[in-house]
Ligand binder design. Structure first.
Ligand code: NOJ
Length: 605
């Protein structure tokens, strides 16, 4: 993995590794019951065609980190009204849905992933009325709004935890995971119940003096884990989801879902050893554990079936348009990912994230070919959700770039993303080539893991910098002081500059998304790998009955390559659909010339 520190690195080393065509374009946006408070959505619902049910199968989903997207009130922090103001941009790009990372009330220890009230909007981001307006305005543009559902833990400031920690007999005591320490006596707290560690460093157990027990937290101390063995916790989350579904949200991304359960025996996890038999030490100075007792435990599947059924109730009858369930599913292999779709008749996720492909983290053509083949052969024909980037990992430049061809490399990756079968998820700013800009001094770090892990782990600020809209001061993100500094390259890498440049990355993303939506083979064709012994150029076909077959060829090297492809029944002629700026027009299927990291996409005649 790339030397840059990240949550993914932690998770990976923790052994997790951690529409069609016109139908989609016509699909209605948010659908919601015809209740008085949901009038705008109710109107859209009436216009929803049957294909709205299928929207997610070829969806283009855009992740927004609300804090960093667009500030509307000058406080330096992005907000919901800022997002609403940028909806036309998202429509122009062609996205079907936006996933908002949490904007609920939060003490912001983990910038929103520590929620203190699941049914409100944090005042920093706006009000419930702003949220409703965002949903309604997005719906008018056929864009669905997906929320982040954080079920593994709440904030320690949540009323549930405040109650829980108040006394051992409190009704909420059993909503969290409490245990005595090892060797604990009336006067001595002993030591934590076992060796389990937080992903954010050090013991996962925190002593609480009031009731003299330890509570478990897989993430920050301020993020106590909820106890999913308690049926009341299940009911609470179904109620929360219904609250938002009734407001018209298009679904959820379930956070940290693989860590919902812990092994009930609560025995120690194993210590990962290096090849010489010495313990591997992580960025926080702790021995690396194997994560076998605290991650991907069997309980997650029945819970997901239950949560999916609860969400599905809002996808039927009076609620046309599937509400989608996306999973943050860092898993060790494709087999485990396949399970996340659920057994026959008991669906779990619509779209568990395929981090197998996302976290290859180098331009390794063999790995891409093999993992993209797995997607076609090992997930039971379900719809894959490909992605490369999010708010927890260094951006594409640091994980895949070579510092020379970064933009061309991003064309290759975005081609894999949008020209493969299934749904595609990308992160704000990818479409303009925003780069990771980590803090250079510890005192500037905002993400607490960067403070705990400095200098090995610099935290996640570098991939959360403000959206680069234009070349003005603070890149058009805010008229105030941005909460994280705007990267210096915003003067040239920005939306305004790229919109007026037909050779820009933005233009490339827009064209690819347009192809994904309008070309029948792209929209719902099969993926067939071609030329599978080629160690330089990745080529594949998209084939749909009754539609011209499309060939895609992407040069995975910094050297020019010529590729010769064979497609049974073709004349060898090609009609170019899209190619990297400046790339040669291929003479035929048997002679496609590609410069460094260039891409060709064309119809096979
Ligand atoms: C995964 C989220 O993506 C990350 O940002 C967060 O810190 C952890 N889950 C804990 O909620």
């Amino acid at each position: 993995m790339h030397p840059t520190n990240s949550l993914a690195r932690m998770i990976e080393s923790c052994a997790l590794a951690i529409l069609l065509g016109a139908g989609t374009l016509a699909a209605a946006g948010q659908s919601a019951p015809a209740k008085p408070e949901n009038k705008p959505q109710a109107k859209l619902q009436a216009a929803a065609p049957a294909s709205a049910r299928e929207w997610w199968k070829n969806a283009v989903i855009y992740e927004i980190y609300p804090r960093s997207f667009q500030d509307s009130n000058g406080d330096g922090i992005g907000d919901l009204n800022g997002i609403t103001a940028r909806l036309d941009y998202l429509k122009e790009l062609g996205v079907d849905a936006i996933w908002l990372t949490p904007c609920f009330p939060s003490p912001l220890v983990d910038f929103g992933y520590d929620i203190s009230d699941y049914k409100k909007i944090d005042p920093q981001y706006g009000t419930l009325a702003d949220f409703d307006r965002l949903v309604a305005e997005a719906g008018k543009r056929h864009i669905r709004v997906l929320m982040d559902m954080v079920m593994n833990h709440s904030s320690d400031k949540h009323e549930w935890f405040q109650q829980s920690r108040s006394s051992r007999s409190n009704a909420y005591r059993d909503w969290y995971v409490w245990r005595d320490g090892k060797g604990q006596t009336a006067t001595d707290k002993g030591v934590p119940p076992n060796n389990w560690q937080s992903y954010f460093g050090h013991s996962a157990w925190e002593w609480d003096e009031t009731t003299r027990q330890y509570y478990y937290h897989k993430f920050y101390i301020q993020q106590p884990d909820l106890n999913w063995n308690n049926p009341k916790v299940h009911e609470a989350f179904k109620d929360i989801m219904a609250f938002w579904l009734k407001r018209g949200v298009g679904g959820f991304r379930f956070d940290a879902i693989t860590t919902l359960y812990e092994d009930p025996a609560m025995t120690d996890e194993g210590i990962v050893k290096d090849k010489d038999g010495n313990p591997v030490i992580n960025a926080y100075g702790d021995p690396q554990l194997d994560d076998t007792k605290t991650n991907n435990q069997p309980g997650v599947h029945p819970v997901m079936q239950e949560m999916r059924a609860a969400v599905d109730k809002f996808s039927t009858g009076a609620y046309p348009g599937t509400r989608v369930v996306i999973g943050e599913t860092y898993l060790p292999n494709i087999g485990e990912l396949a399970k996340m779709y659920g057994p026959k008749g008991k669906p779990e996720f619509h779209l568990p994230m395929d981090t197998q492909v996302a976290m290859i983290n180098k331009m390794d053509i063999a790995a891409f070919r093999s993992k993209l083949t797995d997607v076609e052969t090992q997930i039971g024909g379900h719809v894959p959700l490909l992605l490369f980037d999010n708010h927890d990992n260094p951006r594409i430049d640091l994980r895949y770039g070579d510092g020379v061809h970064d933009e061309a490399i991003q064309r290759v990756l975005s081609t894999v993303l949008f020209a493969s079968r299934g749904a595609a998820l990308f992160y704000y700013g990818d479409e303009i080539g925003m780069k990771t800009t980590p803090p250079t001094r510890k005192e500037d770090v905002k993400d607490p893991i960067g403070i705990t892990g400095w200098p090995k782990e610099k935290g996640r600020d570098g991939e959360r910098t403000p959206m680069q809209w234009d070349a003005t001061a603070n890149s058009g993100f805010t008229r105030g002081t941005p909460w994280l500094p705007v990267p210096p390259n915003a003067t040239t890498v920005n939306v305004e500059a790229e919109k007026s440049d037909s050779a820009s990355l933005f233009a490339w993303y827009k064209s690819l998304i347009h192809l994904k939506k309008t070309n029948l083979a792209f929209a719902h064709g099969d993926n067939v790998m071609l030329d599978t012994d080629n160690s330089k150029v990745l080529s594949w076909l998209r084939k749909a009955p009754g539609a011209p077959t499309v060939v895609v060829a992407a040069n995975f090297t910094a050297d020019p390559q010529t590729v010769s492809l064979a497609v049974p029944g073709s004349t060898g002629k090609l009609k170019t659909l899209l190619k990297s700026p400046g790339a040669a027009e291929p003479a035929s299927l048997t002679s496609i010339e590609l410069g460094p990291f260039e891409v060709f996409i064309g119809e096979v005649k």
